[in-house]
Write a protein that binds this ligand. Structure first.
Ligand SMILES: *Cc1c(COP(=O)(O)O)cnc(C)c1O
Length: 340
């Protein structure tokens, strides 16, 4: 499939002949979740955004933001990131042949994302502060220097990300509810815009981690904390728009604990065969804990791939079983595990 700018150019702020920086992002799977459906008593689908080229939905926004930056003559792009925006920026900047700079909270970014940003040749700056501070600073840097800011405060990001809603509409025709993790709140803003543009208004349920739930409390969180590093954000940039999406669609916002997030994370991997990252599992944790207002057809957005954060995965499950290289030893081990 061609990338999403080419597929949806008539509904995006691009014209034929514009430079397009793409890795053929989008067109991600929408799979049924039979065991989850049974647990919640509804038809549940999973939108697997981890199947994007760099492993998260950030690619949808980044193809648009970087293409627009190149069209405007930018020689460099910058963002603050909890990890996935950094990975996507780095890949699309590499593709465009321009400089990429990412500011990440020191020690707070998952290993896979850091490896991606460095491999793609971005300059990675580890800030001794959290994401919210990093975003404040990059906004100032971008205002003072000729470097394009590609955080989701950049509307091209929202434009690109809204295409996931188009894809869901094409696949299902209609749906009753969308469950989605909320960090900086760009993605829920984008889905709502996309659904409205195709004439749908599913109830939008946003879920935040309990230790980073400013929208639930109604005030910023100074020191956000959660295992779900991608949504460890205390002062979302798209606050009003996210609240508008949830109120106008008669949805809502709720918090899920780290324990509920990790339970959903393991459940998806073991019972649905889908390995997402912890932040992504917040959508399913929220559906399990709070429901979706009695909706019958529900889509949960799984925002990023599980391989992004191998440390959390390995800390969440049992270890490997050591074994001597002999047939009887192997048999003893696997028969002992219930094979007979
Ligand atoms: C960025 C991100 C989120 C949060 O999206 P926002 O637009 O910041 O609300 C959730 N999950 C993953 C994996 C992400 O990378």
């Amino acid at each position: 499939m061609p990338g999403l700018i080419e597929r949806y150019m008539d509904r995006l702020p691009f014209e034929p002949g514009d430079p397009i920086i793409t890795l053929d992002e989008g067109s991600t799977p929408l799979v049924q979740a039979p065991r989850l459906s049974e647990r919640v008593g509804a038809e549940v689908w999973l939108k697997l955004e981890g199947a994007n080229p760099t492993g998260s939905f950030k690619d949808r926004g980044m193809t648009c933001a970087v293409s627009a930056a190149v069209r405007d003559g930018a020689r460099a792009v910058i963002c603050a990131s909890t990890g996935n925006t950094a990975a996507a920026l780095a890949a699309y900047a590499a593709r465009a042949g321009i400089r990429g700079v990412v500011i990440v909270p020191e020690g707070k970014i998952a290993m896979g994302k850091l490896a991606q940003a460095l491999m793609h040749g971005a300059q990675v700056v580890a800030l001794q502060g959290n994401f919210d501070r990093a975003l404040e600073l990059v906004r100032k840097v971008a205002a003072r220097h000729p470097i394009a800011l590609v955080n989701s405060v950049n509307d091209f990001r929202i434009e690109g990300q809204k295409t996931a809603a188009y894809e869901i509409a094409e696949a299902l025709g209609d749906l009753d509810a969308l469950c989605i993790p909320v960090g900086n709140a760009g993605n829920i803003t984008a889905y709502w815009r996309g659904f409205r543009e195709v004439g749908l208004s599913p109830r939008m349920f946003g879920f935040q981690a309990a230790g980073a739930a400013p929208l639930v409390h109604g005030s910023p969180v100074a020191a956000p904390e959660t295992v779900a590093s991608a949504i460890r954000i205390g002062n979302p940039a798209r606050w009003e728009q996210a609240m508008d999406a949830m109120t106008s669609s008669r949805g809502g916002v709720d918090a899920v604990s780290d324990e509920q997030i990790l339970d959903a994370y393991r459940f998806l991997a073991r019972d649905e065969g889908v390995f997402c990252e912890p932040a992504s599992a917040a959508s399913v944790a929220g559906l399990l804990a709070h429901g979706a207002g009695g909706a019958q057809r529900v889509v949960c957005v799984l925002t990023g791939h599980g391989l992004k954060d191998p440390d959390t995965a390995l800390a969440s499950v049992g270890g490997v079983i050591p074994c001597a290289p002999e047939l009887d030893m192997i048999e003893r081990v696997i028969v002992g595990q219930g094979l007979s």
